[in-house]
Design a protein around this ligand. Sequence first.
Ligand code: DGY
Length: 419
Amino acid sequence: MNWQDDAANILLANDRDGHTVPTDGLYPFQWSWDSAITALGWLTFDEARAWREAAVMFDGQWDTGMVPHILFHGDSSTYFPGPDVWGGGQRIPSSAISQPAVWATAIRMMYEAAKDKSLAEASVQTLLPMLVDYHDWWYRDRDPDETGLVRSFHPWESGMDNSPAWDDPLARVPPVDWEYQRRDLGHVDSSERPHKPEYDRYLYLVDFYKKNGFDAKRIYEGCPYRVIDVGLVAILHRAGKDLLALCRELHRDLDVSGIVAGLEGTTEAIHSLWSEDDSCFLNYDDIADKPLPFRTTATLLPLFAGLATAEQADRMAALIEEWLSASAFGIASTHPAEERYEPQRYWRGPVWLHINWMIADGLTQYGFHDLAADVRAATKKCVDASGFYEYFDADSGKGCGGGSFSWTAAVALYWLADD
Ligand code: DGY
């Protein structure tokens, strides 16, 4: 057996009747951006199953258009906080925040790569109105003042939970005043996971949404954590462009005016986040009204969105080259020279395959083909060294977090497999 078979077997083992869990035990439900990346892996060997992954996710879409970051398809005692703590969801119990909106990008890639064109076309036709509602939701509820930059209310929404960029805005959030038992530490060593003070605040925010009846306006105005997350903004923007391309081809009757306006707004507003000193786009604390000066991989993702000017892209490519030279295993999630860098701890340094893919894709768009190939070759070493973990120690390549991980297997199948 080669590692492509191993990767496919991970998706098969993590399949739960139409949705894929990121990994058994640690993450026993359907996570939105995991699911989108995982669908790309399914497409390489089971197209019908790939489309089903998307359909099941969008079954859990809220009436507002929001696609929750977790769909709780059942109960599980191996994860906390579960559906009872979140208290959200309409057709399917869910969390009350979203996650980076990579779905439309994944759907476009799947549509273009699919061999069964009639299945692909029928699936995309069904998904497009829901995707448009989802993107409209981002612009309407998360950028009500039409600044061009959507806001995020939780580090979990970034998908990059424990990034050093969120430390200071999160520290202002009060801790919860009730006791709880974390389940993640039963699966993963505590040196690879967030600390308790962070969890106390993650949970305060979960309570806050529930106490405010999940009301978009009340949360926007009163949430003690509100940031502009460059990763989230960039992934939404790229997905918006992919969505428009699909609508033009397959569903010209849909009203995409909100998305067109959102894309125009971001194209202009993103430049307010550019840092001459850092050669990247900085995340922003929207409550303290100041930039968050940490070079994390989120700050590079405007390349993936095509939002950087040619001159900015040149500067970012030089930064990426230097960043990559600090680790043999791909681009570390926090620049290794940052004081808060920890090579093994969740989003404070380890390498994630799908983020390295996004950066390489962005480099390719701007013509940096050799550097993109270097990113890919370095990333591949993670899998060669350690297999299919959730993330990889940026210094040693050791597998960290959950094992037999769906999105790692999926990225290996669709990005790393063909040499
Ligand atoms: C977790 O529980 O660690 C998840 O990342 C939340 O989405």
